[in-house]
Design a binder for this molecule. Sequence first.
Ligand SMILES: *Cc1c(COP(=O)(O)O)cnc(C)c1O
Length: 356
Amino acid sequence: MKKHNFSAGPSILSDFAVNNTIDAIRDFAGTGVSLLSISHRSKEFQAVIDEAGALVKELLSVPEGYSVLWLGGGASMQFAMIPYNFLRSRAGYLDTGTWAHNAIKEARLFGDVDVLASSESAGYTFYPHGYAVPEGLDYLHITTNNTIYGTELREDPDAPCPLIADMSSDIFSRPVDVARYDAIYAGAQKNLAPAGVTLVIVKEEALGRVDRAIPTMLDYRTHVKKGSMFNTPPVLPIFTALQTLRYYKEIGGIHQLQSRAELKAARLYEAIDSSAMFEGTARMEDRSLMNVTFVMAPPFKELEKDFIDFCSQRGIMGIKGHRSVGGFRASLYNALPMESVDFLVEAMHDFESKHK
Ligand SMILES: *Cc1c(COP(=O)(O)O)cnc(C)c1O
């Protein structure tokens, strides 16, 4: 049975990326040796990491003066590395979900943190707007897409300080004005590659301004200077990331990815809004294009588990909501085809007819 994979992360990758990775595990770049067993300092792998960095810059129109880094430790490691390297005295954070909350907790180890707005008391069902950003912050940290709650900020905010963003779950789904950011980071396992690598785009000039000593591996300057090769980088996920980036370029780049994301999300939200059985959980104007969160309307609440079983019998996987929220979450990352969204919508209709 064909599977339709709505998993929130690690999540679906394109066939192009998966198949090319399988081939390279057998024989990498005509070397006769597996990608898994070759030196990261070989000229063949150097070409991979160079091209991957160049494609990130091309797809996101990254201006001069920024480095693209490939680091271990996941996005969660960035929660500490960011303040370690950028927090001198005071930073602003938006508390928009569990991941943002975790980032705030880490930043507090390094200096004063102003939580400028929070949607926690509303169960993180909206993205705050209209908050004031005081002068003199070292940076404002935002989480552009709240993977668990299905809210998203699809624009780069205006602030009187540099921005830093966790874009783990919506990078490469819209154009970004990188010049507004001192750093952007994204764990790869949502829209890019298998788990194990984190993409970081960092403004070189913004580094080296803190007084504290930074351990070598946690200092972005180490990785800028060594081209992410200070130590052994996550070779396999970087290779897959390159395949994904080539695929993104091939299909038409960031604007194409954006319009596909808009179409897929519109299709599913339309199905939710026109149904009497399902309802969305996030405030309409803040709805995520990447993670669509919804529940059964109150009269149908007891059917939630049945719907998940109904879906899995049809090959629809990964739509159970995060354990902290419940209900359903359909993640529509870039590699998910429209056909899968249509398939889910059809299942929703069929289930609703069956229970009316
Ligand atoms: C998944 C996710 C994380 C956590 O990523 P790890 O790589 O597991 O540390 C952080 N932020 C956001 C927005 C996420 O979606």
